[in-house]
Design a binder for this molecule. Structure first.
Ligand code: MCA
Ligand code: AMP
Length: 503
């Protein structure tokens, strides 16, 4: 038994029809993907991989990168995908913390990562966006037969890093059953079948593009139009072949910005799903007015994969994230006392179910802090559940910015800015942005006599932080607004800068 490989990978064997449609229209059959996963699994084992080892990958989206995920499932390894935007400095932490046996990077990063990998005893292979590199070369000559390694439902299948409010990123450990149970719940809720063709334009290094999109389509034996990234022209051109699409709100606001995106273009579509960041009710309404489709919004987290969803048949209510998924429980608690609140009250959203992760990699104390004794996970999102059971996310208790669906923890950015010569202190906030939903803005206090300028800060940060975390604007202020306890009042800064991107 290997629950995920049995449910997602084994059915590909012998499947002659296309499972992936590449940007140029060429296809890859299920069987070809299956055999490729076997070849890659053999390369990994040849590199010394044992069941339970981690395999880290930072590479462009490609058929081979997807096959690597499937190979890890078959080999009983823990898949550890990393955002392609992460800098070498960020990777140093992830690779040091996760201690993968094998890491795969773009050939362009090999020179920078090679010494780091050698120091840490990691076998480094390469993979580029076109499917070239040492991993693919090794796979080409490796046998495609591979005996899938047995796994139990509680065994880990993946580690996904999520930033923490205190700065250090935490590796969320997801088990076979976490992922498979969620896939089953989503298939049931969203009615996916083998007739579905998903337009896949999300990255596959986060839960949305990987576990929600890929797992669901593999589970039902559907197809994916597998695009390297969200490119408006390509998405509009390929939409007529699809039946469903999953995206972050930015995908939908970008589509709405194009007059070609209309009722005709979407007439054969069955379902548009949104998540990872709040979808404005006005976007939901504009989308319906333009296309006749009501976007189905759902809610999740790396630690829980998906927890709630609007209904397929019932009312998809704008501004809400719908009901808890099958076998998932949700409740609202008081932020201070943890007491469960009355229906309709606003508080912290907590969830419990087979979807909830096994804890943070090598951080038992952090794990314990985020769970209640009865097994509920404290999401850190502020929400309300109405009389009909619809969950509405009304805010976040955690200091977090979500920009274009990527999470940015202000603390991490502030620490990097504060470490620069000439900076006394800083406060990083999220402000409304027409494209990314929220954008990162920094308010910086210079040290006395310092001449540091915004460009200097940006340049210094570029080496340290992924580009999407960089402040889009830096303001210099005399001092940060503080309350009587000395805590920075970010709400005052947010009010002050809230209009800067909408002028
Ligand atoms: C790119 N840039 C960004 C972002 N993406 N800046 C802020 N936020 C971003 N998200 C920067 C680029 O580095 C570039 O900088 C400039 O913005 C313009 O790039 P552009 O070409 O417009 O960006 P893009 O390539 O079109 O990307 C935008 C995107 C992308 C399509 C929205 O960010 C994306 O695919 N986001 C999806 C994220 C996602 O999958 N999240 C799921 C997390 P410069 O001009 O300086 O070079 S999983 C999750 O949250 C849970 C589980 C859940 O519920 O799903
Ligand atoms: P991540 O850590 O990348 O998994 O991001 C999880 C966070 O994204 C959640 O805790 C929420 O704050 C946010 N999120 C995901 N989906 C939604 C949604 N539909 N509406 C509002 N926030 C969302």
């Amino acid at each position: 038994m290997n629950p995920l490989a049995d449910a997602l990978v084994a059915p590909l064997s012998g499947r002659a029809d296309a499972v992936l449609i590449r940007p140029d229209g060429s296809t890859l059959s299920g069987d070809a993907l299956y055999r490729l996963s076997g070849q890659i699994a053999n390369v990994l084992v040849g590199a010394g991989l044992q069941p339970g080892d981690r395999v880290a990958i930072q590479a462009e989206k490609s058929v081979e990168a997807l096959a690597l995920y499937l190979a890890c499932l078959r080999a009983g390894a823990l898949f550890l995908p990393l955002n392609t935007a992460y800098t070498t400095a960020e990777l140093d932490y992830f690779l040091g913390d996760a201690e993968p046996r094998v890491a795969i990077c773009d050939p362009a990063s090999e020179a920078a990562l090679g010494p780091m990998a050698r120091d840490k005893g990691i076998e480094l292979l390469t993979l580029d966006g076109a499917g070239g590199g040492t991993l693919a070369e090794g796979a080409a000559t490796a046998p495609d037969e591979f005996a899938t390694v047995p796994r139990e439902p509680d065994d880990l299948a993946a580690i996904l890093y999520t930033s923490g409010t205190t700065g250090r990123s935490k590796g969320a450990m997801l088990s076979q059953d976490n992922l498979l149970s969620n896939t089953e719940a989503l298939v049931e809720t969203w009615r996916f079948t083998s007739d579905d063709v998903l337009l896949h334009a999300l990255p596959i290094f986060h839960a949305h593009g990987l576990f929600v999109a890929v797992n669901v389509l593999l589970r039902v034996g559907g197809r994916m139009i597998f695009l390297p990234k969200f490119d408006l022209e390509t998405v509009i051109a390929r939409l007529p072949e699809a039946t469903a699409m999953m995206g972050v709100p930015t995908f939908y606001t970008r589509l709405l910005s194009d007059a070609r995106f209309d009722r005709d273009l979407t007439s054969h579509m069955r379902l548009f799903i949104s998540g990872s960041a709040p979808l404005l009710a006005e976007t939901h309404q504009a989308f319906e007015a333009r296309t006749g489709h009501r976007i189905l919004e759902r809610y999740g987290m790396t630690e829980t994969t998906m927890s709630t969803s609007n209904p397929y048949d019932g009312e998809r209510r704008a501004g809400t994230v719908g009901f808890p998924l099958p076998r998932v429980e949700a409740r609202i608690t008081d932020a201070e006392t943890g007491a469960v609140l009355e229906q309709g009250e606003v508080g912290i959203l907590e969830v419990r179910g087979p979807n909830v992760f096994k804890g943070y990699w090598r951080m038992p104390e952090k794990t314990a802090e985020e769970f209640r004794a009865d097994g509920f996970f404290i999401t850190g999102d502020i929400a309300r559940i109405d009389a009909e059971g619809y969950v509405t996310i009304v805010g976040r208790a955690k200091d977090l910015v979500i920009s274009g669906g990527y999470n940015v923890y202000p603390k991490e950015v502030e620490s990097e800015i504060d470490a620069l010569d000439g900076v006394l202190e800083s406060a990083v906030i999220g402000v409304p942005h027409p494209d990314f939903g929220e954008a990162v803005v920094a308010a910086v206090v210079r040290e006395g006599g310092s001449q540091i300028v915004a460009e200097g800060i940006q340049t210094a940060l570029q080496e340290r932080l992924a580009k999407y975390k960089l402040p889009k604007l830096v303001y210099f202020v005399e001092e940060l607004p503080r309350n009587t306890m000395g805590k920075v009042q970010k709400n005052i800064l947010r009010d002050e800068y809230q209009g800067v991107f909408n002028k």
